[in-house]
Design a protein around this ligand. Sequence first.
Ligand code: ARG
Length: 384
Amino acid sequence: MTVTPERVTPALPFRPQRVSEEQGVNSAEAEEFLDRMFAEGAAEAGERFEDRLAQVRAEIMETGTYRHTPAELAYGARVAWRNSARCIGRLYWRSLRIRDRRRVTGAAAIAGECVAHLQQATRGGRIRPTITVFAPDTPDAPGPRIHNEQLIRYAGYRFEDGSVLGDPRYAEFTEQVRRLGWRPPERRGSFDVLPLVIEAEPGRPRLFTLPPDAVLEVPLTHPDHRWFAGLGLRWHAVPAISNMPLEIGGVTYPAAPFNGWYLGTEIGARNLADGQRYDLLPVIAELMGLDTTSERTLWRDRALVELTLAVQHSFDAAGVTMADHHTEAHRFLAHLEREERAGRRCPAEWSWIVPPLSGGQTAVFHRYYDEPDPSERPAFLPPP
Ligand code: ARG
């Protein structure tokens, strides 16, 4: 891994981390978590609720916090996924692989574990839902933080005239990492992978470049349109969200990057299509020979379908796991039914669950869902 030399910057572009719970863990939250875990039969065979609770309470009295057992960490992370009301892919929540890296310290070692996470989760294209959990916040010290929204994201270079090369969503982040000393490639492109920004010591964010073998990318082609490949489009195989703290039983893990696999529409009907992102529909409509002078020709809709088809086709051709919105909609409803059978609520946010393409043609469109409860735990929390 390349370590970009650090530079002292006059104004720190990232807000330094803070401990989320100054007074330490509230033992009622720990108890509620353990209670649920035992009730769901997820505890280690032979372990008694009363014993574990007494142990945790004593540890909190003494240290202000407590350490999850590996089983508690795994169950907590999986249930945080199960509770993610915006995720349509929750059928597989039990299969989440946990990489327990709570003992890893130092920005460089943490960056190395993020690289290993990507390699093990990517598996050459047979993507495995994976989470790596780094040290929690404690009354003594905050845990480390990863400032990137995802482990893999593309730079956005903003020019004087306001136009952007690359992903406009990350124009500001790109500015920030450049102020921290990141040097863009000699020849800038639309898909330059951003460095990791890791803050292991409060106030000292450090930059790390991802090695190419940690970043599987798929070049985009279209099954029918030869010209499509000439656009030089690509996307990364693994979406790995890295800035949402994981909270389990009163303990907060500020750095706990996790990934699933992509749904074609996330890339084809949002990242590459949105006006505030790569904004490619006018380009594609033009190449398709569509009349873009009137909305009534539905050129946007027609271009959107072909772009999403190209994404799906290319991932399939490359042997990289990707779901389609029709299949995933059915799986989500199967998950919902399973949850109800288990006597649990399954809150969901309609506007996130229904795909941005052909909504009414998918099974998830024609109903409403239980309202999410923002205080539900375990959970992935909104980024600080
Ligand atoms: N929509 C986000 C993106 O395009 C990824 C969110 C997580 N998606 C997933 N399939 N796990 O990068």
